[in-house]
Design a protein around this ligand. Structure first.
Ligand SMILES: *Cc1c(COP(=O)(O)O)cnc(C)c1O
Ligand SMILES: [Zn+2]
Length: 415
């Protein structure tokens, strides 16, 4: 871009490699395979690119050379540059060497979805759309409604009717058209796919999905940059559609190709909930992801029974020597508490899934003593409060010192 060259080449089918122009299109006409953005990074100078990134904005736009734009779009709400925290107390509890928490709850609407929405919406505007929409498991709803409000675009947000109240409230407040659908996320997604053929709207995760998923690469870039331009040895990532999981690795691969970092792609561990684990089950059975499952889990943000990027997530876990594990709702609750008690980070159920899988890997002896591990925490605990209800006790006292002494300090719990 600096040298006036555009690195974004085309949309390409992930199956048959047919190429298409950079428009609002998401499936291949030949084989119905999914499309993704392809680039030509040849000739990109590593030292110059690194300087440009370091001098760039404190948001995902510092990585604009690796995103599907010819020049940096103007966006009202920024996303990215969230904290990467060294979690020594968590590592100690798990009996492993080095753990880092990438806290993506620290985004404008408190989940990693602000990354994908920022990119999808900027592309939608560039393509001339005036209305944006999405099919959401919760966090995408918050994000699309907020970014549309900031940009002054009309928006339609489709959610399953049984979504957590916190996520419903944190969406409606932005003044979107909020549509609760009596059905699962997969029903919502099917409805939105049909609507995308009938309405001239940009559905961020349907007809502009190839651009949307590019936003997740920035999590990989940030982890490497924040580790001092180094790769971790292992990354633990939650899986819903599998897009985030695969695109974090893609981010690492691109930077290895350009020479911004050295080494090899980390071991990639995917995390799902037992109540919706089509990819983990396929991994365990050493089979392809086939039959859609009907989700039943407290990790609603991961409740996709028919994951679009499931096959690619499986391939990535196998190729990097990783795994895809699934954990129970009880382990998810314990994962939320473990993270909170050892790091001060309160995550939603999806982060409980990630932490519980990290614990599982440690207990199974999968993690070597010298390994540097990053756990990707994708959302905020205040959005799924029911998951921690009843998980601790509160002292109730009268407003007197004696009452405090007796009830609190005299209590066996106080020791
Ligand atoms: C959407 C979401 C994910 C994973 O999304 P993919 O569809 O796999 O890209 C993970 N965590 C949270 C909190 C989410 O909202
Ligand atoms: Zn194809």
């Amino acid at each position: 871009m600096e040298d006036g060259r555009c690195r974004v080449e085309a949309l390409e089918c992930k199956e048959c490699r047919a190429r298409y122009a950079l428009e609002a299109r998401f499936v291949c006409d030949n084989c119905f395979g999914p499309l993704e953005v392809v680039y030509d990074f040849s000739g990109l100078d590593a030292a110059e690119t690194r300087r440009k990134i370091q001098a760039g904005p404190q948001s995902i736009w510092r990585y604009v050379d690796f995103l599907p734009f010819e020049r940096q779009p103007q966006t009202a709400l920024a996303a990215g540059m969230t904290p990467l925290i060294r979690a020594d107390r968590l590592a100690e509890r798990l009996g492993i060497g080095e753990v880092w928490i990438k806290n993506d709850a620290a985004n404008p609407t408190h989940s990693f979805k602000d990354r994908v929405v920022t990119v999808a919406m900027a592309k939608a505007r560039e393509l001339g759309y005036e209305v944006v929409a999405c099919a959401s498991t919760g966090n995408l709803a918050n994000s699309v409604a907020a970014h549309a409000a900031a940009a002054g675009l009309e928006s339609y947000v489709f959610i399953p009717a049984d979504l957590e109240e916190q996520k419903v409230l944190a969406t409606g407040v932005y003044g979107t058209h909020l549509v609760a659908v009596n059905g699962s996320y997969d029903d919502v997604n099917r409805l939105c796919t049909e609507l995308s053929f009938e309405r001239d709207w940009a559905f961020v995760n349907v007809n502009v999905r190839p651009y949307y998923s590019e936003g997740s690469k920035t999590l990989g870039y940030e982890i490497a940059e924040q580790l001092g331009w180094e790769l971790p040895d292992r990354v633990v990532v939650p899986i819903a559609s599998g897009s985030l999981f695969t695109k974090i690795a893609r981010g690492f691969e691109e930077w290895l190709e350009v020479g911004l970092i050295e080494g090899e792609v980390p071991v990639m561990n995917g995390a799902q909930a037992d109540g919706c684990s089509p990819v983990a089950r396929a991994f365990a059975d050493d089979k392809p992801v086939c039959k859609p499952v009907r989700p039943d889990t407290i990790a609603k943000s991961l409740a996709i029974g028919d994951p679009a990027d499931g096959p690619y997530a499986l391939e990535l876990a196998r190729r990097t020597g990783g795994t895809i594990d699934a954990v129970s709702d009880e382990e998810i609750r314990q994962g939320i508490k473990l993270l909170a008690e050892t790091t001060g980070v309160f995550t939603e159920t999806a982060g409980g899934v990630t932490t519980a899988v990290l614990k599982r890997l440690a207990e199974r002896g999968d993690i070597g003593p010298e390994e540097r591990v990053v756990a990707v925490i994708t959302g905020e605990g205040l959005k799924t409060l029911d998951a921690v209800r009843g998980s601790f006790e509160t002292y109730e006292i009268e407003p007197r010192v004696s009452s405090f002494t007796e009830t609190v300090e005299g209590s066996p719990v106080a020791a």
